[in-house]
Design a binder for this molecule. Structure first.
Ligand code: PEP
Length: 251
C-alpha cells in the first residue's frame, strides 16, 4: 500500500505569536495551492503559540503538532504539557524522543515509549525520533543503536495510524551536514525491516528522515527508498524554503 508522504516542521524554541502566525499563514496558503497532490504537512510550533497557530490553520490542509508531551495524563508536573492538552488545543501530532530532549532532558527509551503511549491514548499521532550520535556511527554501532532505540521507544500498539518514526542522525541535526542518500537508504531499510517484524500494520508506519533537510537536498533525500517524508528543523522557519521541501514531496 502506498504511504502518504509527510513533511513536518519543527520550529523548536523559535517564534513569537506575530511572526508565527505570518509563517503559518504563508505555509497554509502554499500547501492549499497544491491541492490534492500535496503531501501531509504538520507544523509543530512552541507550546506558547499553539492556540494562535491553531486559529490560523483552522480547517485548512496543514495539521498542528506539539514538540513534546508528558507521559502522564495530568498531575503535579510543573511546566509540562499532557498529550490531552495538545489534543485539546487542536493538535493531531506530537514529536517525542527528539534528540534534543533525549540529550538535554535525559529522556531514555522507556520514557519516550511512555510518552508515545500517552500520545496514542489522547488520540494523537506520535512522531517518534531515533538516531545515532557521531561517536556511535564512527565506532560502527549506528545500526545497533537505531535498532535498540526503535525497540525501546515504540509502544506495543504502534501502527500506521498512530505512529510515525523519524530517523534523525544526531550529527546531522542543525549542523548543515545531512546524511548521504546511501546512509539514509541503509538506515531506513533497517528500520523498515524492524517495523515489518512487529505486530499488526507496523510495517506500514511512515519513516521520515530528519537532519539538515533543505530545499536544495529535499528532492534527493525524498527519492530514497523507504523515505516517507521529512522532519525539518531550521528550514521550517522560512516559508519559501519549507514550501520548496513540501513541493519536493508532491505525489
Ligand atoms: C530537527 O530538529 O528535527 C531537525 C532535523 O533539525 P534541522 O533540520 O535544523 O537539522
Amino acid at each position: 500500500m502506498a504511504r502518504r508522504r509527510l513533511i513536518a516542521g519543527n520550529w523548536k524554541m523559535n517564534g513569537l505569536a506575530r511572526d508565527g502566525r505570518a509563517l503559518a499563514e504563508t505555509v497554509s496558503r502554499g500547501v492549499a495551492a497544491l491541492a490534492e497532490r500535496a503531501p501531509d504537512v504538520v507544523l509543530c510550533p512552541p507550546a506558547t503559540i499553539l492556540s494562535a497557530i491553531a486559529s490560523v490553520l483552522g480547517q485548512g490542509p496543514v495539521a498542528l503538532g506539539g514538540q513534546d508531551c508528558h507521559d502522564e495524563a495530568s498531575g503535579a508536573h510543573t511546566g509540562d504539557i499532557a498529550a490531552l492538552m495538545l489534543a485539546d488545543v487542536g493538535c493531531r501530532y506530537v514529536i517525542v524522543g527528539h534528540s534534543e530532549r533525549r540529550q538535554g532532558h535525559n529522556e531514555n527509551d522507556a520514557r519516550v515509549r511512555a510518552k508515545a503511549k500517552a500520545a496514542h491514548e489522547a488520540g494523537l499521532i506520535a512522531i517518534v525520533c531515533i538516531g545515532e550520535t557521531l561517536a556511535e556511527r564512527d565506532s560502527g554501532r549506528a545500526f545497533d543503536v537505531v535498532r535498540g532505540q526503535l525497540a525501546g521507544s515504540l509502544p506495543l500498539d504502534a501502527g500506521a495510524s498512530n505512529t510515525v518514526v523519524a530517523y534523525e542522525p544526531v550529527w546531522a541535526i542543525g549542523t548543515g551536514r545531512n546524511a548521504t542518500a546511501a546512509q539514509v537508504g541503509e538506515a531506513h531499510a533497517l528500520i523498515r525491516g524492524e517495523l515489518t517484524r512487529r505486530a499488526g500494520d507496523a510495517g506500514n508506519v511512515r519513516i521520515l528522515y530528519g537532519g539538515s533537510v533543505k530545499a536544495s537536498n529535499a528532492q534527493e533525500l525524498l527519492a530514497v527508498d523507504d523515505v516517507d517524508g521529512a522532519l525539518v528543523g531550521g528550514a521550517s522557519l522560512k516559508a519559501d524554503e519549507f514550501l520548496a521541501i513540501v513541493r519536493a514531496g508532491l505525489s
